[in-house]
Design a protein around this ligand. Sequence first.
Ligand code: SUG
Length: 447
Amino acid sequence: MSAFEVNFDGLIGPTHNYGGLSDGNLASANNSGEVSNPREAALQGLEKMRMMVRFGLVQGVFPPQPRPDDWTYIDTRMTGEHTAFDAARDIPRAARTDPRLLKVAYSASAMWAANAATVSPSADTLDGELKLTAANLASMLHRSFEHPTTTEVLRQIFKATTTVSAARVFPALHSHPDFGDEGAANHVRLCADHGGEGVELFVYGRTAGESTAGFPARQTLEASQAIARAHGLRPERTVFARQSRKAIDAGAFHNDVVCVGTLDTLFFHEFAFEDTPGTLDALRRAGNGLFALKSIMVPAADVPLADAVSSYLFNSQLLQMPGEDRLVLFAPTETRDTASTARYCEALVAGNGPIGRVEFVDVRQSMRNGGGPACLRLRVVLTDAELASVHQGVILDELKIDRLQDVVRLTYRDTLTPADFADPDFAVEALEAYEAIVAALDLPSLA
Ligand code: SUG
């Protein structure tokens, strides 16, 4: 069956800010409290989507989540009250009593669509149905309440609630650190061509119950195994590999900070995996009869781990362009601006390997929170029939991108500090901007 990869990018929301909320994410910590520019952030994200459309690729978009609509949910646990949310009363009180919690409630982190879900294309599942499992994001409070809305949005978009659904959307795993799941950021699919059977690689940072010192390892082996079972993946085509502690402690809080793969190619840092030869061996065995693995390991001597993490070289999208033999690495501009990664990219394309070209994209607003090009998108391999059944309001062309940019220019602020969250008018403004975006995507509001 022929199929292709569709990238669904998260549209950056009107409350995009630098909250310093993610332990173990160096960019989030380093930029904590800085002034953000939600308007520029969303425009940059939409320009990235425009580049993909111009490349001739199918590009989709996920709406932001309504913020601060979960605030009452969080706050009732703080105050014991169960009254309906009233911005004029509740926002100043929260700003007084617990400004960090208020920041949590305003988090725009759902923009990083790679953390929305794990996706198994219909070619990989035993019953031939596309499967998506929303990620519980149980490790970070500000992300742990994204999943109910994510499940709902995925069901709206993939029409997974109708009787003729082309996809099944599973709700998130039980929200406990032992089942910590961060979605596609820790998942790579390898294959000969997108429509054929593939191998799914799940990368975890710890096992349930294991105590670790250092930065949090967010994904557990048990969560990855539960998803593989729920999706009906063939055990012989599934690989579980441990991320190296060294990478996590250097700030690689997701595997996609040190590794990216597509088709038969895996591009990764020397210190990405705890056991590199074992992981490559397991991938070769799992891909036996399907494809011959092409691995590109970047030595620490060429790109030190610290540079890989600050430049986000591996948080690039690895793309198969129409009419091109070799893959294109769609990398953040920070990769061009970091000496070691710029040098590495030049050598990479000069060689005869599977990557023939590097393109750069400016997503600096997102990068300053630890979210590069690959974080911003969720890959969904779809057949023609599956694509036809997707909600068409979220499949983009340049005209729709223009319209979304107009809405952003009209409704988003260009300056935001965490202190602005104390202003009740901002809560109203942010929810109005959200409503304008979902209306432009022809989706029902979930506020
Ligand atoms: O979960 N940053 C996100 C970045 C997610 C990047 N995604 C992938 N690697 N796929 C995170 O740490 C920071 C928010 C703040 O500090 O305000 C944040 O949530």
